[in-house]
Design a protein around this ligand. Structure first.
Ligand code: ARG
Length: 704
């Protein structure tokens, strides 16, 4: 019975570690002993011969890794898919293995050039023959998997390798008889682990520890109930024995220095075909086009990295390089993913970067109806800050109310089709929602290289300024504020109480008075402390002139709240002459609308504070509509909230003493945002000085 099983081996006559193509080879060049290698190989040969038949392929000078016959190709029945080695160091082995297979009468399939696949090192049959497990990530390309499915007429399950020590699937994964699986889960991404767990029931999974994994315990040869490996811990042996296996250890330390052990040194060349299983592969691929300053702006790197980081793979089919500094480049990239779900995740992000499908690949957006108000169908496309278009009935339609983290709701009436970004809670029955990722594109303006090079002087660059750059940013902001005011534009300020504590209140008040601010978005606290300062001279009980705490001052803000509550609103308190100066005073006096959004920690609150957060979000969104610039002054919560509601194209300046807040906001990828890490009081004081300069005749004289 066992005599029908045959293996292929290659004696180590020319074996050595001559180069480094995996982490095990590092530091091991010419460090393996030939004699010991021969002895170890012969022992393995013996063990195998005790249980099966072993064929030999002639070793070749100059191809030291040929001993690792697992990488010759992948056999199923009478068919072989020949390896295409990833590294040129091993590519010379291909013709010798091909010759051997042909001489034995196998039908040999060869993959297209430049499509690496390393044979049974990266493709392992389920021992019941139900499907093929195929690895990718280091040596074999995901795009080779559909070929395996086609040529071998079997289902292929793609697994992504994540740890470079386990660069071949057979270094960390070993299907065993009876449906058992010996494997090292950390070598795989979580998606692959999920796939494995779905296919192999828990009681059949023999998970090994790192200590066994680095001894290549998964690189085992399984013949019926025998498992041959380099070495196993007592614990692992006990578990294998309990599962009905007999473990044979045979030392292969000399081969470990090249990153291989028992399984690598063998190739099972008799693999029975199960006639009832057929080709099936979930690998998907799509071709996309990217345009812009792909190289200068790093866009192409970002796009390709994102594909790989998310478990996909790519091939650049075309690249047209823009030759002039101002000319853009374009690329066509074929993206592959192990299945549709992963593909969707990747495509959604590529679309956000501005990638589009080729015209011949364009399809209408997929729509699904809202069946429950305030709840989207699953799998909805999540909107971004970038102008977006969706394709409906063959036409591209601009999405209205652009904002991030919404769904795209479609209403079709005889008058036409409307697409809008809507929050999930606002979805209505009767609307349809865009799901999946087809028929969606975002319009991104190319980030020009000049703009990046002059980052410090330009608004159009996402950059976080350090202290010494504060003044430069102040100059820009002042210039923009002037321009927007003169053109009748709209500046919205979000501000936290720190503005008052740091002495910035008077400056912000002056900005409002001078017409630079068209709306204020804040919370309860800034209003309370602003009024406290103007009524009692303290901010949170600290004397703002002398900077010391006033006795009993910690109660001041409660008294202020009480006073305003008595008058009914901030505006009424201003009208009654109770509040005579400050930020809130200027808002009321100058007709600048404000919205105070409440929170759990609010004292009072002031009668003006909106404690219904859904209403507060709506008020914010209304006041933000049409903004040209948003000044975010030391308020993490309100600023992030505002950032989420704002489409790309609105200039955002975020000032905070905490670099994390600044980074968070300028990280939204919008080129128009700029961050400044500094004291907000200081920033405002510099800003007003600069605005004064811009309007003083002395300054004008200097320019002319
Ligand atoms: N030095 C060889 C390589 O890096 C080792 C191959 C091990 N083979 C295997 N099936 N894991 O390619």
């Amino acid at each position: 019975m066992t005599s029908e099983i045959r293996f292929l081996m290659c004696s180590p006559d020319h074996y050595d570690v001559d180069y480094v193509i995996n982490p095990w080879m590092e530091g091991n060049i010419h460090k393996s002993s030939r004699d010991r290698a021969v002895e170890q190989w012969q022992k393995l040969h013996h063990v195998l011969k005790d249980h099966t038949l072993v064929d030999l392929v002639q070793p070749q000078i100059g191809w030291p890794d040929m001993v690792f016959t697992a990488n010759a190709g992948l056999v199923l029945g009478n068919t072989v898919v020949l390896s295409r080695f990833f590294h040129k160091e091993r590519q010379g082995e291909e013709p010798f293995f091909k010759q051997w297979f042909e001489s034995k009468g196998y039908t040999v399939h060869e993959l297209p050039k430049d499509l690496p696949f390393e044979g049974a090192g990266d493709a392992l049959l389920d021992r019941e023959g139900r499907w093929l497990w195929a690895g990718y990530g280091f040596r074999s390309e995901l795009d080779s998997h559909p070929y395996l499915a086609k040529w071998l007429d079997i289902e292929v399950v793609s697994l992504r390798l994540m740890d470079e020590r386990f660069y071949h699937l057979d270094t960390c994964f070993c299907p065993l008889n009876g449906g058992y699986l010996l494997y090292y889960p950390p070598a795989f991404d979580s998606y692959s682990n999920r796939l494995i767990e779905m296919r192999v029931p828990q009681e059949k999974r023999i998970v090994i520890a790192e200590a066994d994994a680095v001894n290549f315990a998964c690189n085992a040869v399984n013949i019926d109930s025998v498992v041959v490996m380099n070495q196993a811990s007592d614990n692992l042996k006990a578990r294998l024995t309990a599962a009905g296996f007999e473990v044979i250890e045979t030392p292969l330390t000399e081969f470990l220095k090249a990153g291989g052990a028992a399984k690598c040194l063998t190739l099972r060349v008799t693999e029975p075909v199960r006639t009832e299983v057929h080709a099936n592969v979930s690998v998907e691929s799509r071709t996309l086009r990217l345009e812009g300053h792909l190289l200068d702006s790093g866009l192409i790197n970002r796009a390709l990295d994102l594909v790989v980081e998310n478990g996909g793979s790519f091939q650049v089919l075309k690249f047209e390089l823009g030759e002039q500094r101002q000319s853009t480049s374009s690329a066509e990239v074929k993206v592959s993913a192990p299945d549709h779900e992963v593909m969707e995740g990747i495509l959604a992000q590529l679309i956000d970067l501005g990638a589009v499908h080729l015209p011949q690949d364009e399809r209408d957006a997929k729509l699904e109806p809202v069946t429950q108000a305030g709840v989207s169908p699953d799998d909805f496309y999540v909107s971004t800050i970038y102008p977006t278009e969706v394709r409906i009935n063959g036409e591209w339609i601009k999405v209205l109310w652009q904002r991030m983290d919404g769904a795209i709701a479609i209403t079709q009436t005889p008058q036409g089709v409307t697409a809008r970004c809507k929050l999930l809670r606002d979805l209505e029955v009767g609307e349809q929602v865009v799901v999946d990722v087809q028929g969606i594109r975002t319009v991104r303006k190319p980030e020009a290289r000049e703009q990046r090079n002059t980052q410090e002087f330009s608004f159009m660059s996402a950059g976080v300024s350090s202290e010494r750059r504060v003044e430069l940013v102040v100059e820009q902001v002042a210039w923009e504020l002037r321009k927007i005011r003169d053109q009748g534009g709209k500046v919205v300020v979000t501000a936290g109480p720190v503005v008052i504590h740091t002495g910035g209140g008077e400056h912000l008040a002056r900005l409002i008075r001078q017409g630079y601010v068209q709306a204020l978005l804040a919370g309860n606290a800034i209003a309370v402390h602003d009024i406290e300062q103007n009524l009692m001279g303290t901010s949170l009980g600290v004397d703002m002139q002398r900077g010391v705490a006033v006795r009993g001052g910690h109660r001041h803000h409660l008294k202020v709240i009480n006073t305003i509550r008595r008058y009914g609103s901030i505006a009424k308190a201003v009208e009654q002459g109770v509040i005579k100066s400050g930020v809130m005073y200027e808002c009321v006096r100058n007709g600048v609308p404000f919205s105070l959004a409440g929170s759990i920690r609010d004292d009072g609150p002031l009668p003006d504070t909106q404690m219904d957060l859904i209403k507060a979000q709506q008020e914010y969104a209304q006041l933000l509509a049409g903004a040209d610039m948003i000044l975010m002054l030391s308020s993490m919560l309100h600023s992030i909230g505002v950032g989420n509601m704002t489409p790309a194209g609105v200039k955002m300046v975020c000032v905070d003493i905490n670099p994390a807040v600044v980074t968070k906001l300028s990280d939204r990828g919008s080129v128009e945002s700029v961050g400044v890490v500094t004291d907000v009081g200081l920033f405002l004081s510099l800003l007003l000085q600069q605005l004064d300069k811009l309007t003083s005749p002395y300054h004008l004289a200097q320019i002319s």
